[in-house]
Design a protein around this ligand. Structure first.
Ligand code: HEM
Length: 207
């Protein structure tokens, strides 16, 4: 079988770090969200540690995601074929791949998740700073902090939803997960799902 490199070791490491941080943020965030979920704070050493760690994990996530963003932004710019791919969503869901336009390294679904996550992480950062009493208690009015609390909670739920879709899609398209766990995909996978990317790689190879 012929394989193609999709992610380098460093890209996989930084992606895994961001994924782990996101899971830890969700768990510690849910512990703060509702008393019924407070038991989750036991994972972080109790309520006080949970409250201390959550914002710092957020800061590290922002740094990690910034590294992911810089590397992947060129591949996530919107192209004409992406709009066409979106219009053909019934074909995507029915796995009628032969009917879909040839697309580059990422499809429109991945790009929407990418830009969505970018906006959500920025909003979580800004609203999170307004809620970080330890350092910014006197920097924001009570009204601003109330708005920040609502924004932080709503956006966190949206981010959780996008994460579930992201993971589900990666499992749903067989062979995708291998790209992130082993760094390589089969040539057949690349040709079937990302023909434009595959053709570009071939052109580079034959030059
Ligand atoms: C928690 C479990 C996660 C799993 C199992 C997972 C799985 C994957 C897989 C399999 C790919 C490769 C897709 C492809 O090559 O077409 C991928 C790409 C990617 N993932 Fe994740 N991921 C997770 C979490 C996250 C999180 C939390 C973020 C960011 C907040 C993220 C951001 C990305 C980005 C930016 C890419 C590159 C594709 C793009 O530019 O959108 N992932 N992920």
């Amino acid at each position: 079988m012929t394989y193609i490199e999709r992610y380098t070791r460093w890209q996989r490491f930084i992606h895994a770090a961001v994924a782990l941080l996101m899971v830890l943020l969700i768990l510690s965030g849910l512990a703060l969200f509702h008393p019924a979920l407070f038991f989750l704070s036991d994972l972080f050493g109790g309520g006080t540690w949970n409250r201390i760690l959550h914002p710092w994990l957020g800061v590290v996530l922002v740094v990690g995601f910034a590294l992911v963003f810089v590397r992947f932004v060129p591949d996530n710019l919107w192209r004409r074929e992406d709009s066409q791919w979106l219009r053909q969503i019934p074909d995507v869901l029915a796995k009628r791949d032969d009917k879909l336009p040839a697309i580059g390294r990422y499809n429109a679904g991945v790009k929407i998740i990418f830009w969505g996550m970018t906006v959500f992480i920025l909003l979580l950062l800004v609203s999170g700073i307004a809620l970080w009493d330890t350092y910014f208690a006197s920097a924001f009015s009570i009204e601003v902090r109330r708005i920040a609390a609502v924004v932080h909670a709503v956006v966190a739920w949206l981010a959780i939803l996008f994460l579930i879709v992201h993971v589900y899609a990666a499992i749903w398209v067989r062979g995708t997960m291998q790209g992130m766990t082993q760094g390589r995909v089969t040539a057949g996978w690349a040709r079937k799902h990302h023909r434009k990317w595959f053709d570009e790689l071939l052109t580079k190879e034959t030059k």
